[in-house]
Design a protein. Structure first.
Ligand code: ADP
Length: 480
């Protein structure tokens, strides 16, 4: 049951396609204006033909009144000479002529039925009263013109001339026109329909090709370049896709590199431990001191492994899509003082002097844990890669938008060619030396990611054998 519903839903969704919209658009634009125009033209024709017929009938009416009223013949029932003229006119217009006097008595009727009777019709009474004529469209088939019977210089009407005339010929003409228009409209609808079907298929074709190519890509054929042809918009989409694909490829290769680096880094301590353990196991009568010495080495390797794993976890947590950011108002002076206090014993061991210089009190919206991690790594490096009895200087400053932390040292410095690489994961300038100092090559990556998470910037200035300065710039208000 559910399956049928989902199938119907899918069918409806696939019907609401761009092709359907184009089809409807062409049909509407092609057909609706034509129907409106035809209907408008036919109705204009009808009203024009009607007004022509009315003015023609009125002219005849005036002619009759002028000719037969002034000599008294029109209202004189005895005079039959008028009847012929009236009958002729009535037959020309396919209608009837009635003459009513002031008492509303019918004095003449071309049908001869109403003579002598009283005719009380609204428009007749009005015509007599107002001394003005009017036209009424009776029941669609007949029109009626009423005209006051009066001499040209008189204000009061002596009677009313009622001329009824047929509208059938106008109606039949309109009907013929309507029929012809309908035939043409049907032919045009069919033609526009065919054009719309073909046109919409042609317009939608590049999109269908694009869809096929992209489905092919999503199956994993990322090595192929896409090239859509058609409109300039589609070409732009294919360029964007190629950029996206090359970005995905570079992400994929950096991911693979990272995984292989991680495995390598994690394997190194394990290999050392294995070598140490094996050499103990293969020797006989090993003195207790050798055991102690080797186990101390194994312990160091375990610690190193632990450090790498912790650093990797910190790095993963700094990934925006995985970790959460806990932003709060933090006193940066206190934060830096805390870090320096914590690291001071390590510095003192090598006679390194630590100086904190604050230009102003700074509070900022930051994630305290993540920012501490970044700054700690910088200061730890400044101690690790320093000379004995050297110095580390940390300074804090701010303007209206950012605060700036500067970590300078009197250490060994970083060679120019390595300065662009030190933020890469696992990169170490001197592998042997960092092993001694316990570096994992992840510290600066962690620092950079934490700074990036705060929409800040980190830069390095260094000269070999003179010292290194890292500057960090972070916005005072957190930018999500
Ligand atoms: P590590 O854990 O090895 O210290 P980092 O990512 O923190 O890794 O640093 C990468 C490399 O950059 C280090 O191995 C070191 O060679 C160099 N480096 C970092 N900070 C300094 C510094 N203050 N002085 C000299 N070299 C440094």
């Amino acid at each position: 049951m559910l399956d049928i519903f989902s199938r119907i839903k899918y069918k409806i969704q696939s019907l609401v396609s761009m092709r359907l919209y184009i089809l409807l658009l062409i049909l509407i634009v092609g057909i609706v204006p034509m129907i409106v125009l035809t209907a408008g033209l036919i109705s204009a024709y009808r009203s024009r033909a009607l007004s022509l017929r009315v003015s023609e009938v009125q002219q005849y009416g005036s002619f009759i009144i002028n000719r037969f009223f002034s000599n008294g013949a029109l209202m004189n029932t005895e005079d039959t000479s008028v009847d012929d003229e009236l009958s002729l006119m009535a037959s020309i217009y396919g209608g009837r002529i009635i003459v009513v006097n002031q008492d509303l008595t019918v004095v003449r009727d071309t049908y001869g039925q109403e003579t002598g009777k009283i005719l009380i019709a609204q428009d007749v009474v009005r015509c007599l009263k107002n001394n003005s004529g009017s036209f009424v469209n009776r029941s669609g088939q007949y029109g009626e013109v009423t005209m006051p019977v009066a001499s040209q210089d008189s204000d009061t009407a002596q009677g009313v001339l009622v001329i009824t005339f047929t509208l059938r010929n106008i109606d039949s003409m309109t009907r013929v026109l309507n029929q012809k228009a309908t035939v043409y409209i049907i032919i045009i609808i069919l033609a526009v329909g065919v054009i719309a079907l073909i046109g919409s298929k042609l317009i939608a074709r590049p999109l269908n090709v694009m869809n096929k190519t992209l489905s092919h890509l999503s199956e994993g054929y990322l090595d192929e370049e896409v090239s859509f042809t058609g409109y300039s918009e589609i070409k732009k989409i294919s360029d964007s896709f190629n950029r996206l694909i090359s970005r995905m490829k570079s992400l994929e290769s950096s991911r693979q590199e990272f995984v292989s680096n991680v495995s390598h880094e994690l394997k190194t301590p394990i290999t050392s431990m294995k070598v140490l353990a094996d050499s103990l196991l293969t020797q006989e009568n090993v003195p207790a001191e050798t055991y102690r010495e080797f186990l101390t080495d194994i312990n160091e390797e375990v610690e190193r492994e632990n450090k790498i794993i912790n650093d990797l976890l910190s790095l993963v947590k700094l990934d925006k899509s995985v970790g959460e950011v806990h932003v709060e108002e933090v006193n940066i002076n206190e934060l830096l003082e805390g870090i320096l206090k914590r690291l001071n014993p390590i510095a003192q061991k090598r006679g390194i002097e630590m100086v904190f210089e604050s230009f102003r009190p700074v509070t900022a919206e930051v994630d305290e844990v993540k920012l501490s991690l970044a700054i700690s790594n910088l200061i730890e490096n400044a101690i690790k890669y320093n000379v004995d009895d050297g110095w580390v200087r940390v300074s804090l400053n701010a303007d209206h938008k950012y605060f700036y932390v500067k970590v300078s040292d009197s250490g060994i410095g970083i060679p120019d060619e390595a300065q662009g690489l030190i933020f890469e994961r696992f990169y170490r300038v001197d592998k042997a030396r960092t092993r001694e100092t316990g570096g994992t090559g992840l510290g600066l990556s962690i620092a950079r990611n934490a700074v990036m998470l705060h929409k800040g910037a980190i830069k390095v200035y260094s000269k070999e054998n003179e010292g290194t300065t890292f500057t960090v710039r972070i916005p005072l208000s957190y930018i999500p």
